[in-house]
Design a protein around this ligand. Structure first.
Ligand code: TIU
Length: 226
């Protein structure tokens, strides 16, 4: 067992790779590419596309150090049986969940838009959690899987910072996990919301968890092992 220490805020974050998982939240075409759910809500997806190379570096680093990798996808059943009307009917999006757009039916499991972007495609053996909500613990087996693998520490990346990433971090924090959000491997459609989320996560002595740039995680783990 090797304990690694990351130069994080508000103070150093220590973890053992054997008891740590990387959770990559919702790096799906539906959020990152034009024509998907994120764009249908009126968002400019360019800010999210820009982090794909950084998330890829983090993914390769974790894979090479034997850290378990878990991918999540937000999506609903084709019959919308797990999509509350409150979620589908809210606001006036250009396409609603279940409508057909350029990448298939919006936010429906199995449709092209629901796929994780090619650069971050899961490898065999990596867990993929399909989730109907913003948080990855709600209505999924995530907690059971983490307990079975004796995971105590979670590294977070993905989109969007203040919606699915923050919700999942808060769910994890309440379940006793030590959580680190990798600052440049997460993004929001709104720059100010990302900044605020990073600040509120680490405020009050890491009330939700820690934050650190990818470079600090790379420094803690050492180079990618090939
Ligand atoms: N709209 C938005 O910012 N996010 C979502 O709807 N889902 C996720 O964050 N994955």
């Amino acid at each position: 067992m090797t304990l690694h220490s990351v130069a994080a805020l508000p103070f150093p974050y220590s973890f053992e790779p054997e008891h740590t998982a990387l959770i990559i939240i919702d790096m799906q075409r539906d959020f990152v590419e034009p024509g998907g759910f994120g764009a249908s809500l009126g968002n400019d997806v360019g800010r999210l596309t820009a982090i794909v190379p950084t998330v890829q570096r983090l993914l390769e680093l974790c894979r090479s150090h034997g850290i378990a990798v878990i991918h999540t996808r937000e999506g609903h059943r084709a019959d919308l049986g797990d999509c509350p009307p409150a979620k589908r009917l809210r606001g006036a999006p250009s396409l609603r969940i279940g409508d057909t757009g350029p990448m298939g039916r919006v936010l429906i499991t199995g449709e092209p838009g629901n796929d994780i972007v090619a650069e971050l495609a899961p490898r065999p053996g990596e867990l993929v959690i399909d989730k109907p909500g913003k948080g990855a613990f709600y209505a999924t087996p995530l907690e059971q899987v983490l307990r079975a693998r004796a995971v105590t520490h979670l590294l977070f990346a993905g989109v969007t910072t203040e919606v699915c990433v923050q919700t999942t971090m808060r769910e994890a924090n309440d379940r006793g996990y030590e959580c680190l959000l990798v600052e440049d491997a997460t993004e929001s459609y709104f720059a100010a919301f990302k900044t605020a989320t990073l600040e509120m996560v680490r405020a009050q002595g890491a009330i939700v968890g820690w934050t650190a740039p990818l470079a600090a995680v790379e420094e803690a783990l050492g180079p990618v092992v090939v």
